[in-house]
Design a protein around this ligand. Structure first.
Ligand SMILES: Nc1nc2c(ncn2[C@@H]2O[C@H](COP(=O)(O)OP(=O)(O)OP(=O)(O)O)[C@@H](O)[C@H]2O)c(=O)[nH]1
Ligand SMILES: [Mg+2]
Length: 419
């Protein structure tokens, strides 16, 4: 505000006509607030007049200090979102953000945060993205991928001569996403994942979940009656050490990966496995070697079990001890078990970056860890797992292979090889 405008405004104020003052300042592109602030700062008027001039209560010093930081771009967008819902700040922040929108000054991270917080609406988002040449689809939460019913087998016919891998875990433990990253990684590593066409539904299922990993999309919860089974062949190169020379040899490892809904496990808590539906019991009938993969989600230490009208919460350790104990008690399963691993899933949720998987397992399920270590020795493994970098607001992720590759190497090191 120039001195000339300021002095003229002061004159109009003293003349006692607020309307004239307001019209004058608007014509000059200035605000009543700026004028009142300066008049008080220069001791031309008492601070009690601020409310009369501006027409609203004078902000407290904290709000003023915030406004100053805002105008000099010193406020982080996290603070903006936090303060936006507070009455003293909301309007001020809206004005500021709309100015930034007009000047195309927001970056993608800010747009995502403001849209998620409801500060930008869908129309503003669309207009802004159009102006910037961005796709507004990248800013709205992704739907989960749903698996078409055509690939839901409800019976199980496991290929003989393969190694069976059974994923075990509560509903939502991360079994499907683990499989999705496993196939995605194997396909990248080997150039092609040799999905065996003798199991066409499993083959289609694997293509869908590989695509989900590629696109950073989560997948709907597995329906209870479904038994998903993919048969694939991992052809790996190993160094064959001879007495005089070593040569690289290709080995074939055929697997049946079996996935059932976590609800089947939670429903069977406290019940004998021979009460499982007959279809599920087919898992026991295979003659193949069997590897157990137990998923323990980092973010949930307990699980809820529903029984008629009752709901009980139990620790994941109690739950998994029961399930694994029950599986081991079935003679047809126990004699086929060749290896087991505990996978701590959703590892990206870890709040203490220095914590190790050993420390987590010691806190969460020391008994199960010790028991599996004792039972399997060299063919027991403990691993972290995460789909990658997760954006919860957008319900999506950017896949990363660092954790699944560790588990994959373990699998290759312990799995029986095709004769
Ligand atoms: N942060 C994070 N969340 C994950 C990860 N994997 C899965 N999730 C979340 O957990 C949910 C459940 O994962 P699923 O893989 O579908 O779990 P599931 O064990 O197959 O569950 P059921 O099919 O119900 O037995 C997903 O929809 C995601 O919201 C991960 O690595 N990190
Ligand atoms: Mg699932």
């Amino acid at each position: 505000m120039t001195d000339e405008i300021f002095n003229r405004a002061l004159y109009l104020l003293r003349a006692g006509n607020r309307e004239n003052l307001k019209n004058y300042l608007t014509r000059e592109g200035e605000s009543l607030r700026t004028f009142a602030d300066r008049a008080i700062a220069e001791d031309k008027i008492k601070s009690t007049l601020w409310e009369q001039i501006v027409g609203e209560p004078m902000p407290d010093p904290q709000v003023k200090a915030f406004e100053q930081r805002l105008n000099t771009q010193q406020v982080s967008f996290e603070e903006l979102i936090l303060k936006h819902s507070q009455s003293d700040y909301g309007e001020m922040i809206n004005r500021y953000i709309h100015k930034q929108i007009d000047q195309s000054a927001l970056n993608q991270e800010e747009v995502t945060a403001f849209f998620q917080a409801g500060i930008m609406d869908e129309i503003q988002l669309d207009l802004y993205c159009e102006k910037k040449g961005w796709s507004s689809r990248d800013f709205v939460p992704k739907d989960n991928m749903s698996i078409p019913p055509s690939v839901w087998p409800t019976d199980l016919d496991l290929s003989f001569g393969h190694t069976d891998i059974l994923l075990v875990g509560a509903p939502g433990a991360g079994k499907t996403m683990f499989l999705s990253l496993f196939y995605h990684y194997a396909k990248r590593k080997l150039g092609n994942l040799d999905i065996l066409s003798e199991n066409p539904k499993g083959s289609k299922y694997s293509s869908i979940i590989i695509q989900a990993a590629e696109e950073g999309q989560f997948i709907d919860s597995t329906p209870k009656p479904v038994i998903l089974n993919t048969s694939c062949n991992l052809t790996e190169k190993i160094l064959d050490k001879g007495i005089f020379s070593s040569k690289v040899k290709e080995i074939e490892m055929p697997f049946n990966c079996i996935e059932i809904s976590g609800e089947n496990f939670s429903d069977s808590y406290g019940n004998p496995l021979d009460e499982w539906p007959e279809k599920l019991q087919n898992i026991f009938k295979s003659e193949n070697p069997l590897i157990l993969v137990v998923l323990l989600p980092l973010d949930e230490a307990t699980i809820t079990i529903s029984e008629l009208d009752h709901r009980i919460r139990i620790s994941t350790e109690d739950f998994l001890n029961y399930i694994i104990g029950s599986l081991q008690q079935v003679p047809e399963i126990n004699r086929r078990l060749v290896a087991a691993s505990i996978v701590i899933s959703k590892w990206d949720e870890l709040k203490e970056p220095d914590k190790t998987v050993e420390e987590v397992v010691a806190e969460r399920c020391p008994q199960m860890h010790q028991k599996l270590q004792r039972d399997f020795r060299d063919t027991y493994g403990l691993f972290p797992f995460s789909v990658g970098q997760v954006n919860k607001k957008l319900n999506s992720f950017q896949y990363q292979h660092d954790t699944i590759s560790e588990w994959y190497d373990w699998l290759i090191s312990i799995a029986p090889v095709s004769p």
